[in-house]
Design a protein around this ligand. Structure first.
Ligand SMILES: [Zn+2]
Ligand SMILES: [Zn+2]
Length: 370
């Protein structure tokens, strides 16, 4: 981890100084930049059960926005979409700021900060969770995985045997490794390899049935509709992020269509305004999913990587996901060269997107196998 951070720093410093990054990455600074954040907290050291790669402190968020604001003009997603449609011939490059999942702390911390700075933002909400005390599924999964990994080896081995009896799915061996990887890495692997129904069963077995509604997870709470409407009135764009945070590439086509249209309909009813924008949960898309997004009436959709669907570029707009440590140097301070490297895609080589966006839908494959 430390080595890769140092390697990144050296790469960023050297490439930034020489300008070689333009040759290396094959592109200069982007003309259009969409930033993606999740939770925004007062102090990242007290973020409790939150997934570290999904939080940023208000102080670090402000530093990153200030850096971007000196190079890009912040616009709403509507304006950004207009620029993309017309070829983006503006005098200055454009940037937009998005927050995925609809955490309550976005209303509490990010909204006032962006209002004060005159920056328009966007929140991509999971409509079934708004106004409830339920937690997002990835937060539940992270909590149970982190708890499982904290147990001694023998207990973990027993746990895996129990889980195997329920669902013999790949990825469980991660939990029983003598030296397990971190909870986030294990969670990501499970999300990538285990079908949604089996994963839900796992979380159900590993967690207490009622604990997801307990006050002890107040850090993970979701917005309510009054907050969503207040941000909308304050100039924020409200985008859909499905009804349940469904990873659309592993759902049946029917369920994917339902997630896309029901969430858009709910938002339009609650806001009394058209909803044009959509963000793919976990950046999961393939050709069939992109078509379903178009059918559901969205005009712009945002991914989490640089892959595009050439047929529908406006429905696969890339984003740069950022968090507290994404631009911190080894001394723990905000690093302008790391930030520049990130924005220009210099580090894509370190952590490339492994999704095959052309793949046939998993669900369809399973149907064919059944
Ligand atoms: Zn999400
Ligand atoms: Zn990708």
């Amino acid at each position: 981890m430390r080595l890769s951070l140092l390697a990144k720093e050296v790469a960023a410093e050297t490439l930034g100084r020489t300008g070689a990054h333009r040759l290396w990455s094959g592109r200069a600074a982007p003309r259009v930049l969409v930033l993606g954040y999740h939770q925004v907290v007062e102090d990242e050291r007290n973020a409790g059960p939150s997934i570290p790669a999904m939080i940023i402190s208000t102080a670090m968020l402000e530093r990153q926005l200030d850096w971007v604001g000196r190079r890009f003009r912040f616009v709403t997603l509507d304006e950004l979409g207009h620029q993309l449609e017309s070829g983006g011939a503006g005098e200055r490059p454009f940037a937009a700021v998005t927050f995925d999942d609809g955490y309550r702390d976005v209303y509490e911390h990010a909204f006032p900060l962006l209002q004060r700075k005159g920056i328009p933002g966007a929140v991509c909400v999971v409509t079934d969770l708004v106004g409830t005390r339920r937690l997002l599924f990835h937060d539940q999964l992270y909590l149970v995985v982190a708890r499982a990994l904290a147990q001694p080896l023998s207990a973990r081995a027993q746990l895996v045997m129990r889980l195997r009896r329920i669902a013999p799915v790949p990825g469980l061996e991660e939990i029983a490794r003598p030296r397990p990887r971190g909870a986030f890495a294990v969670m990501r692997r499970l999300l990538e390899t285990v079908p949604p129904a089996e994963l839900e069963m796992m979380v159900h077995v590993l967690g207490e049935p009622r604990e997801w509604e307990e006050e002890s997870f107040s850090e993970l709470r979701i917005l309510d509709w009054d907050m969503v409407r207040a941000m909308h009135r304050g100039g924020f764009t409200i985008a859909s992020h499905t009804s349940t945070h469904a990873r659309l590439t592993v759902e049946t086509p029917e369920r994917a269509r339902q997630e896309l249209s029901a969430s858009r309909k709910r938002l339009e009813e609650e806001l009394n305004a058209p909803v044009r924008h959509f963000a793919y949960p976990d950046g999961c898309f393939d050709g069939a999913v992109v078509d379903a997004v178009a059918e559901a009436g969205y005009e712009f959709a945002y991914t989490t990587c640089r892959h595009r669907d050439r047929r529908r570029p406006l429905l696969t707009v890339p984003r740069r996901l950022l968090w507290e440590n994404s631009c911190r140097n080894s001394a723990g301070r905000f690093s302008p060269s790391l930030m520049r490297g990130l924005v220009q895609g210099v580090f894509d080589w370190f952590a490339p997107c492994r999704q095959d966006h052309r793949a046939a839908r998993v669900a369809r494959r399973q149907e064919a196998m059944a």
